[in-house]
Design a protein around this ligand. Structure first.
Ligand SMILES: Cc1cc2nc3c(=O)[nH]c(=O)nc-3n(C[C@H](O)[C@H](O)[C@H](O)COP(=O)(O)OP(=O)(O)OC[C@H]3O[C@@H](n4cnc5c(N)ncnc54)[C@H](O)[C@@H]3O)c2cc1C
Length: 394
């Protein structure tokens, strides 16, 4: 490494910069100068932003339009409390802090995060003890959650009719964000830092150079790259297979009903028995069944009416809302439920990022991936998420 005066450096070299002090920048010899990010969902956008902010030469290629994959169909609850094991909880918690950091960087009135917290409850008496224990264990990790009674639930959400409540909690730390809007903002900010965003740009293959990759193929064109980040969501296994790289993933569909904008009913995330609800800043109400895979893929108005009726058990005024649409999304779910993040063994300039809870995680993963890619280090917190774990478990 060597230090060079900032102005001269920018004029003569331009890229491959890790900005440090105000008067000088440090040239990291092994840092890749041209990084191609494949995939313009929240994950690709966050990684591109964090790389470009640090001076890397970034080109992001998106097959359709930014924020049209899992990101478009996400409930986008920003949370960590129930995540296990401890390291995965910490990563999600860092993601939550990351959203606050990004609001500072992009402007809180530009990047709007609804930090209303979450009211969550359990109706079944035989699950109350487990619920209370879960809240206590989250508190022991320093998470900002606590048990609440029904009067407090009503105070927090006046429109709520919770029905039977065996145990309930309020987590003041959590929130929700418009995932597509946030993706676009991150890409705009990446472009402001010099990144190039291209769509539609379908990456169909790679130009190989021994174990490395020299470029990606888009149509008849090859775009040269020193490093490639693959953030193609559920399409990662298909893109990586020709390279002999197996990314095991589960299929996990999820339905959400969206209303047209409605008068404000509530401003917190509600996690009720068998229904999740939120209301966006524009008044749109979004509701789903739970956070597991959905048994149905039906996006009919009848399904929408069923989802709204289920949620309406807890917010009766929902009966006045008008269904706009039902969306079907597919979670980006590696086979063991944990993220896949990091370089591919044997192909050191290929970096993968595929995970569920990607909305919560995007700010942290973007920042940590930029450290790994630009500084040539391995971040401890990401060690459990290397793809190689699947090969080792076989
Ligand atoms: C129903 C549902 C509810 C969810 N709820 C939550 C939640 O409450 N909280 C939370 O944190 N997370 C939640 N998630 C998960 C979260 O939405 C995802 O983890 C996240 O959106 C994944 O982002 P991504 O950028 O990795 O993938 P995607 O958004 O799928 O983006 C991948 C992009 O890559 C592009 N692409 C694919 N192949 C190519 C190619 N060959 N060339 C160029 N581009 C390509 C695609 O077009 C796509 O735009 C939910 C997901 C679903 C489906």
């Amino acid at each position: 490494m060597r230090d060079v005066p900032r102005r001269r450096f920018i004029h003569t070299l331009g890229l491959g910069v890790a900005a440090l002090a105000t008067r000088s920048v440090r040239l990291v010899a092994q840092a890749p100068r041209r990084i191609v990010v494949v995939g313009g969902g929240i994950m690709g956008a966050s990684i591109a932003y964090h790389l470009a902010k640090r001076g890397a030469g970034v080109t992001l290629l998106e097959k359709r339009a930014p924020g049209t994959g899992a990101t478009a169909n996400s409930f986008a609850w920003i949370n960590a409390g129930a995540k296990r094991p401890r390291g995965y909880y910490e990563l999600n918690h860092l993601g939550m802090a990351g959203w606050r950091r990004l609001q500072g960087e992009l402007g809180p009135s530009t990047l709007v995060v609804q930090w209303g917290g979450t009211v969550q409850w359990q109706a079944a008496a035989d699950r109350a003890e487990a619920f209370r224990k879960a809240v206590a264990s989250q508190q022991a990790w320093g998470y900002g959650t606590r048990l609440v009674d029904v009067p407090e639930m009503r105070r927090l959400v006046p429109a709520l009719e919770p029905g039977p409540v065996a145990a309930a909690s309020f987590c003041e730390e959590e929130g929700t964000v418009d995932p597509v809007g946030a993706t676009r903002l991150l890409l705009e900010a990446a472009v402001a830092h010099g990144a190039v965003v291209r769509h539609p740009a379908d990456v169909t293959g790679f130009d190989l150079d021994g174990t490395g990759i020299r470029g990606v193929r888009v149509g008849g064109e090859t775009i040269a790259a020193d490093a490639i980040v693959v953030a193609t969501g559920v399409e990662m296994p298909g893109l990586m297979r020709p390279l002999g790289v197996d990314v095991p993933m589960e299929e996990s569909p999820g339905l959400l009903a969206h209303t047209t904008p409605h008068a404000r009913l509530f401003d917190r995330v509600l996690v009720a028995p068998g229904a999740t609800l939120k209301q966006l800043p524009n008044g749109e109400i979004v509701t789903g069944v739970d956070f597991g895979g959905s048994p149905s893929r039906e996006t009919t108005p009848a399904m929408g009416a069923r989802l709204l009726a289920g949620a309406g058990r807890f917010v009766p005024k929902l009966a006045e809302a008008t269904l706009d649409r039902v969306t079907l999304g597919f979670r980006v779910l590696p086979a063991d439920g944990q993220p896949v993040i990091g370089r591919v063994e044997g192909r050191p300039n290929v970096y993968l990022a595929a995970m569920h809870s990607g909305i919560t995680l995007a700010p942290a993963v973007g920042q940590l991936a930029a450290i790994e890619l630009l500084d040539g280090v391995e971040v401890d917190l990401l060690a459990p998420y290397r793809l190689a774990r699947f090969a080792k478990s076989r």
